[in-house]
Design a protein around this ligand. Structure first.
Ligand code: SF4
Ligand code: SF4
Length: 167
């Protein structure tokens, strides 16, 4: 059973309001250091200013690595890392999943892994005498995906991808 989008939106916007834009989150964010597009302070500012749609259709929210530094350092106790998780969840519910993430969702459903090992990796493991990769029980994983609503979200995003205009 997936959460209603309004509940998620309320959970995002209420804590964001106490942010006083000190930029401590951005200062410690390892992603922002290398990619100025992914600015956690700016994301919060946009949410406070009501520019939620812009944030939800952006690709930069997907660059957060969930390292939790922003959450640990925010003097106002804004749990930015989890706000970003909620933003991604809302984005998926609207069919806005970026292509790379959608590919991972597909692979996860078909193989139980987010990424299949390449031949090069498998050969290298063999040369290094590493044990064979253990694959998870796919039927169990697919059952969880069906009952949790993951499968419906995957279909929704695939339909949206098929009907979207080429860039
Ligand atoms: S550290 Fe907290 S208060 Fe400062 S800008 Fe980031 S979210 Fe806002
Ligand atoms: S959790 Fe995300 S936004 Fe926060 S510091 Fe880490 S990468 Fe940056």
């Amino acid at each position: 059973m997936t959460e209603h989008p309004k509940i998620i939106l309320d959970r995002i916007l209420s804590p964001a309001r106490v942010c006083y834009q000190c930029s401590t989150c951005a200062g410690g964010c390892p992603v922002f250091c290398n990619n100025p597009e992914m600015n956690p302070r700016l994301i919060i500012e946009k949410l406070i200013l009501g520019q939620v749609e812009e944030v939800l259709t952006s690709s930069y929210i997907w660059n957060c690595g969930f390292c939790l530094i922003c959450t640990q350092r925010c003097p106002q106790g804004v749990d930015l890392a989890h706000i970003l998780v909620d933003l991604k969840n809302l984005s998926v519910k609207r069919g806005n999943t970026p292509v790379g993430v959608l590919d991972e969702m597909k692979t996860l459903y078909l193989t139980g892994l987010t990424q299949e090992s390449s031949k090069t990796v498998l050969n290298r493991r063999k040369k290094l005498n590493l044990p064979e990769i253990q694959y998870p029980d796919l039927s169990e994983i697919q059952k969880i995906m069906d009952v949790s609503g993951f499968n419906d979200l995957l279909k929704l995003n695939l339909r949206k991808e098929e009907t979207s205009e080429p860039l």
